[in-house]
Design a protein around this ligand. Structure first.
Ligand SMILES: C[S@@+](CC[C@H](N)C(=O)[O-])C[C@H]1O[C@@H](n2cnc3c(N)ncnc32)[C@H](O)[C@@H]1O
Length: 361
């Protein structure tokens, strides 16, 4: 048995609060002959339960109803939902703090931040001391600040064996070029990689081509390919970021971006690159979009982490219109375009000792 002051100390409540609880019938003290009130273990336990229920967002009246087994299921379900939301919110805050301290697996946090606040997330990575190229790679590829360097070393090891760094094929490049309603004279290719499309564009137009990428080794390989194909004299390289292109506005009649606009977000790319086009200039880009109405939930969940901005062709068309473009044509790239990268990537992985590490990531 406890005196009221002892009980108050055990549960961290004031004497006045306990007297109030007694008045409304939540606890029941026994008055002794010496007029002291004494409380049982049962009162202590009821108080502890009440405190837990209150922490779950219930009012005193609702706590009382629960203890009297008069449970309002709907009300409790509502409180449960609120609690779940609060816990998820707290978990996100915890992940952020852990990420700021460089602790634990930061993949989940990067995935979430990349989805809910992509620009702020990139800005934060840059403030951490990564340059923009590293920050974009961390954001899109490794998503783990602790293992980023090793991941990138593995990634480049596999990709070094490939010339094509994104889905595509010569047939698809030519099909898109065929939809351009004039003979281009001045092409800017953004994210040209090792120049697979660059060579095709050079061989099938008389245009001068500016090939931009932020990877010097890719540009060097692109020039090698162009030299072999005998078209190098019409190609100029620019090593720069697609987010801040150091070229005069309004000078290109065709901008080409195969599998690269996603790096800065297709919608951002549509808006920012438009000023580089001349009056009736045309932008051609490829992007991964949903081709089915109801994607498999497991695939959807996986891709929500890998490409949070993944959407449908319809949404991309609307974004293009909103950015001031008239959409001339869209098409689904051939199966060969996709196989070209997946098959080669898989075989490059198998040929690489580092492959198992990449698969684990
Ligand atoms: C998926 S690859 C596609 C490459 C090429 N278009 C192809 O289909 O093989 C994306 C390309 O964008 C380049 N890239 C990534 N971030 C970039 C940036 N911030 N500025 C310019 N190029 C970037 C990469 O180096 C890479 O070559």
């Amino acid at each position: 048995m406890y005196r009221i002051s002892e009980l108050a100390e055990r549960v961290g409540l004031s004497r006045t609060t306990l007297l109030y609880y007694e008045k409304i019938g939540l606890i029941k003290g026994k008055r002794l002959e010496n007029s002291y009130r004494m409380y049982s273990d049962k009162d202590l336990q009821r108080l502890k339960l009440i405190q837990q229920l209150q922490a779950g967002g219930l009012t005193l009246k609702e706590c009382q109803a629960c203890l009297d087994a008069k449970i309002d299921r709907e009300l409790l379900q509502g409180r449960l939902k609120t609690l779940d939301d609060e816990i998820a919110q707290k978990q996100r805050s915890r992940d952020l703090l852990a990420a700021l301290l460089g602790e634990g697996d930061t993949k989940a946090w990067h995935t979430e931040a990349g989805k809910s606040a992509p620009d702020a997330h990139l800005e934060w990575l840059i403030k951490q001391g990564f340059n923009e190229k590293e920050a974009l790679r961390l954001k899109w590829l490794s998503k783990n600040m602790n293992e980023h360097d090793q991941y990138m070393a593995d990634f480049m090891h596999v990709f070094n064996a490939l010339d094509r760094w994104g889905p595509g094929s010569e047939i698809d490049t030519l099909r898109a070029l065929g939809a351009v309603p004039f003979k281009p004279e001045n092409i800017l290719e953004i994210g040209c990689g090792r120049g697979i499309a660059t060579t095709v564009l050079a061989q099938n137009t008389d245009a001068k081509i500016t090939a931009l990428d932020n990877e010097t080794t890719a540009l060097a390989r692109m020039m090698e390919r162009a030299t072999q194909a005998g078209v190098a004299d019409r190609i100029e390289t620019v090593c720069a970021s697609m987010t801040d292109i150091p070229l005069e506005k309004g000078q290109f009649d065709l901008i080409w971006a195969e599998g690269s606009a996603y790096v800065m977000g297709v919608n951002n790319a549509l808006k920012q690159w438009r000023s580089l086009l001349s009056g009736n200039g045309v932008l051609v880009l490829s992007d991964m979009v949903w081709s089915v109405e109801s994607p498999n939930p497991a695939i959807k969940e996986f891709l929500a982490g890998e490409y949070p901005d993944l959407t449908t062709a319809g949404v991309r068309i609307e974004q293009a219109k909103a950015a001031g473009y008239a959409v001339l044509d869209t098409f689904t790239m051939s199966k060969e375009a996709w196989d070209a990268i997946t098959r080669r990537w898989a075989s490059a992985c198998l040929n690489s000792k580092q492959a198992c590490r990449i698969r684990r990531h």
